[in-house]
Design a protein around this ligand. Structure first.
Ligand code: FE
Length: 236
């Protein structure tokens, strides 16, 4: 009779997920080039996810291939390069920038970028020499994932969520971004319906760069507002 959470999860795995269990077993049997220590049983969250997945598949509620396709999409296809493409295009085309700010979903669609986020619009907020925008979600972790990929751990942390609205300049300083006093900081609190994308300032001395080269400079952090874009791409 399993008594601990780990034993219970392990038991669920055994009964409901033979395929998953065999995957785990083979993972444990692989050869190690060094003598590093590793757990005989995967971490609790891994076990929990595998157990849930196995149960859902066993009950016919989800299809394993569909799950794999979803994971592959978020791991390999969706990421900050998507938002960066729109930012770079806005930098080289003033009329497009205007459309991106006023009607983001339609402007994104012009570039073949689909936006899906909570059923509501994404709002694009533009940084200028005098205004710096910072995005947060005080309630949980709402984020424009279809433009930026999965949110980083710090975005979901209680410390960031609370302190970004209480002391945004202090938070930015910890990210290495010191803003002059005459720059206004605007903090945008995301919701399930409304998410935000920061349109960073184009760095100086980038006139000779192509749109693709510009896109390569634009980082996830710059589009969340915790960094600026620099000509070398090391955003600060
Ligand atoms: Fe949220």
């Amino acid at each position: 009779m399993p008594t601990t959470r780990r034993e219970i999860l392990g038991a669920v795995l055994t009964t409901a997920g033979a395929a998953a269990a065999s995957e785990l077993a083979s993972a444990e049997e692989h050869d190690h080039p060094d003598d590093h220590d590793h757990q005989a049983v995967p971490s609790d969250p891994t076990l929990r996810v595998k157990a849930l997945e196995s149960l859902l598949v066993a009950k016919g509620l989800v299809d394993r291939a569909t799950l794999d396709a979803l994971v592959d999409t978020f791991e390999h296809k969706i990421g900050p390069h998507i938002g960066a493409r729109a930012v770079a295009h806005a930098w080289v085309d003033a009329a497009y920038k205007q459309r991106l700010v006023t009607n983001p979903v339609a402007a994104l669609a012009e570039l073949g970028i689909g936006y899906a986020g909570g059923g509501g619009p994404v709002v694009v907020v533009e940084n200028t020499a005098k205004v710096h925008n910072l995005v947060t979600c005080t309630l949980c972790s709402c984020y424009p994932s279809s433009l930026l990929g999965l949110p980083p751990l710090w975005y979901k942390s209680a410390a960031y969520r609370s302190r970004s609205v209480i002391d945004p300049r202090g938070v930015l300083r910890e990210f290495g971004l010191e803003l002059p006093d005459d720059v206004e900081v605007r903090v945008w609190d995301s919701t399930a319906q409304t998410r935000y994308l920061v349109l960073p300032e184009r760095p100086a001395a980038t006139q000779a760069m192509s749109e693709a080269e510009l896109a390569a400079l634009v980082t996830r952090d710059a589009m969340v507002g915790v960094a600026r874009v620099t000509p070398k791409g090391a955003s600060r």
